[in-house]
Design a binder for this molecule. Structure first.
Ligand code: C2E
Ligand code: MG
Ligand code: MG
Length: 723
């Protein structure tokens, strides 16, 4: 490389008279340099701070020290470190020694008087030296830049090669003829192809055939227009399995001509699996694999929009499996799950393939049938046909855990657009109808009717009024006498709630207790009853009634019994009222006892520890397991009224009554027959050694005052029939 000559700057510092300076200038001028002349060291210093000089000519007469300062400055300044300095001096000048002492070898001396030739020659040589030094420095700089550049390229290559060889993304490079020329190890890992198997081949060997021609056309178009394409694509591994990948294609161009294509891709099957799983869990019921509530609602909403456009009808069936909770509790959750599965399977068989069947929640299912072009009567007819089909399938027993088993259900129906046009309302109405069907027995179905809404409304009114009644102490306990069958003496009574609301009138506990149980209000109601009964027991203890009677029974709902605070509440009330706990009898129905065995057992024992007695109410109508019963500390079994009703005519009822009495004897428990209405029933009970009875034959539930009068009345009170 040819070195370019550089322009040189020369500074003459001359404080002599003009002659001397022009002499210097005349010597230098032929060198065709840029010459600056100044007269004082201060000016020189000023200039040097802003300019770069190659040669400095100092001709100073004044004995100032500043030529030394000047040279020192020039040597310290990076740009002038290479500056050559010629000092015109005479032998006796003491400063020359001083400068030499600094050991600066770019300073040269020329003696007075100035020899023109010598000065020219020296100046020429020195300027050449600076020029060469400058050129060398420049070359050096260029070399350093080149080295830095190469280092950077080497480093980038190292990174690129690491990314290529060790990165998780698969890379495939083709030439402009779209023949594979390189692949990386990740490519082999993902696709299963070794490099030598694919070199020279078209990447089409990887395609799965899952994308159509239009997909590839669009991809190539994007590559041509933007030099780049990114997207999801399904490819095929060497083993034939297809898998999703996220791929980026880049066209590498030079002078607007593509010479390579680079495909970078990652296997997203795991991400996809996760997405699919989350999507599945969001929209499907894991057990039955049916759509869940969320997906059902989405699909029915879409269907409703379609029906509205085409003026067609739809049917919503809302189904509930009867007694699933009971089966879960008594047979275990595995049994319950099998039952749900059988139920789901039967439903799917029963309905059209395009119907939407879902497990709505727990033991509730929903079916949506749409696209029906018919008037209301016809839609009702179609609904009934569907229900009959369902009924026929459910009439066949299923086998669960080796047991033959009949699944029963209740169905509510709401029709679009006749009952309502919104899904929320249709669901509400089908649910209301289903609950109505439930009250009508097993395997019933009911179409929604406005009157049902009224009944739901009434329930709400009762609930609200009951809440107020508790607060305002408007409830009252009546007492139904219980009598020994042998001597007809009153042995106790059952406390029964009575409530007359100022607006709703008299409401039977048979009506409001289930409502209270449904809304949890039963806990407050139950506490009120226990408090009131214990206060009355205390009063009657003080009046000495317990000399002739044994107990007052109080009904405790299963929800109240299962409540965490039941035992502590009972204990607090016993303490507060300070009654003899054996005067209090806790009546529990069989449903209270089918919960978790050990919890029930320990709760019953706690009641016994507190000193109270325990009766099982409505015995024979529930699901008592005799296996469990023998472990329960029960004092009394109360035979349900339904068996007493039929005792004269029905052999089976008589057999059941007899069995219950025998069972009680084995359990060391007493028997009370409920709902005895006539002498014949009483006579029969007497015959089978029933211990006690209660019923309209002797007395309905009467006020506390009436009951207290009855106890005080002289012996020999005859049973009477109030009707
Ligand atoms: P239950 O505990 O089986 O009470 C017996 C029911 O049969 C009472 O109805 C009683 O009046 C009625 N009864 C008694 N003898 C005869 C009879 O000879 N013929 C007829 N037809 N009926 C008779 P009531 O008072 O209407 O109570 C109904 C149900 O409400 C009770 O059935 C009980 O389950 C519940 N209940 C009543 N009071 C309470 C209470 O304080 N707490 C709770 N949790 N439930 C209560
Ligand atoms: Mg009772
Ligand atoms: Mg009863």
């Amino acid at each position: 490389m040819q070195l370019q000559p550089f322009e040189s700057n020369i500074l003459i510092v001359d404080d002599m008279e003009n002659n001397s300076r022009s002499l210097l200038e005349s010597v230098i001028t032929p060198l065709k340099q840029t010459i600056f002349s100044v007269e004082s060291i201060q000016e020189a210093l000023h200039l040097c701070k802003r300019n770069e000089f190659d040669l400095l000519l100092l001709n100073l007469s004044l004995p100032t020290i500043n030529d030394l300062d000047l040279t020192t400055l020039l040597k310290n300044k990076a740009e002038t470190q290479q500056t050559q300095i010629i000092v015109v001096t005479n032998i006796h000048n003491p400063r020359a020694n001083l400068v030499q002492d600094l050991n600066i070898n770019t300073i040269h001396y020329i003696k007075q008087p100035i020899n023109k030739q010598v000065l020219t020659h020296q100046a020429e040589i020195l300027l050449k030296i600076t020029q060469q030094a400058k050129q060398l420095a420049l070359r050096n700089q260029e070399l350093e830049a080149e080295i830095a550049h190469r280092k950077q390229i080497a480093q980038e290559l190292l990174i690129t090669s690491a990314a290529f060889n060790e990165g998780a993304a698969g890379i495939l490079i083709t030439n402009d003829k779209i023949e594979i020329i390189r692949v990386n190890p990740a490519f082999t890992k993902i696709t299963g192809y070794e490099e030598q198997e694919v070199l020279g081949k078209n990447p089409k060997i990887l395609s799965s055939g899952k994308q159509d021609d239009a997909f590839y056309q669009e991809m190539w178009l994007s590559l041509q227009e933007n030099d780049r394409w990114s997207g999801e694509i399904w490819n095929k591994r060497k083993n034939g399995l297809i898998y999703p990948q996220w791929q980026t294609l880049t066209a590498v161009k030079e002078n607007n001509k593509i010479h390579h294509y680079i495909a970078t891709f990652s296997d997203i099957s795991h991400t996809k699996e996760h997405e699919a799983l989350i999507d599945y869990l969001t929209h499907y019921d894991v057990l039955t694999k049916l759509p869940n509530k969320t997906l059902f609602k989405l699909q029915v909403e879409q269907s409703l929009a379609k029906l509205a456009r085409h003026k067609k009808a739809g049917i919503l069936l809302y189904l509930n499996i009867n007694d699933l909770k009971k089966y879960n509790d008594t047979m275990g959750h595995h049994f319950g799950d099998q039952l749900l599965l059988e139920f789901a399977n039967k439903l799917q068989i029963a309905v059209r393939h395009d119907a939407i069947t879902c497990r709505f929640e727990g033991d509730e299912f929903a079916i949506w049938v749409d696209d029906i072009e018919a008037d209301k009567d016809e839609v009702i007819h179609i609904s009934t046909k569907i229900i009959h089909r369902i009924d026929r399938l459910f009439a066949k027993a299923v086998v669960i855990d080796g047991m033959e088993f009949l699944i029963t259900k209740s169905i509510g129906v709401a029709l679009y657009p006749y009952d309502n046009e919104t899904l929320v309302e249709l669901l509400r109405k089908a649910d209301t109808a289903m609950h109505r069907a439930k009250t009508q027995g097993l395997n019933q179905h009911t179409f929604f009717q406005t009157e049902m809404e009224q009944s739901a409304r009434k329930k709400l009114d009762i609930e609200n009024a009951l809440r107020k009644a508790i607060i305002h102490n408007q409830l009252e306990l009546y007492y139904q006498p219980q009598l020994n069958i042998n001597d007809n003496k009153i042995i106790g009574s059952e406390a029964l709630l009575r409530w007359t609301d100022e607006h709703l009138g008299y409401i039977s506990p048979a009506e409001f207790i289930p409502i209270a149980e449904h809304s949890n209000l039963i806990i407050d109601v139950g506490l009120w009853v226990l408090n009131a009964a214990c206060r009355k027991i205390k009063q009657w203890e003080e009046q000495g009634y317990f000399a002739s009677i044994n107990t007052i029974s109080v009904n405790v709902s299963s929800k109240q019994f299962a409540h965490d605070s039941f035992i502590s509440d009972l204990s607090a009330i016993l303490q507060k009222t300070a009654i003899n706990p054996s005067h209090l009898d806790i009546e529990l129905t069989e449903t209270a006892l089918i919960d978790d065995f050990s919890t029930v057992c320990s709760r019953l024992r706690d009641i016994k520890k507190l000193g109270c007695r325990i009766s099982i109410d409505d015995f024979g109508t529930g699901y008592s397991s005799l296996q469990y019963l023998k472990h329960f500390p029960v004092d009394v079994l109360k035979i349900d009224k339904c068996f007493i009703d039929d005792i004269e005519k029905d052999k089976a009822s008589r057999a059941i009554v007899k069995t219950i009495i025998d069972l009680a004897a084995m359990l060391d428990a007493h028997i009370i027959a409920e709902g005895v209405e006539n002498i014949a029933q009483l006579a029969h009970l007497n015959m089978v050694n029933c211990y006690a009875y209660q019923g309209f034959l002797f007395s309905p539930a009467i006020s506390a005052q009436d009951f207290s009068d009855l106890i005080k009345a002289p012996l020999g009170v005859r049973p009477y029939n109030p009707h």
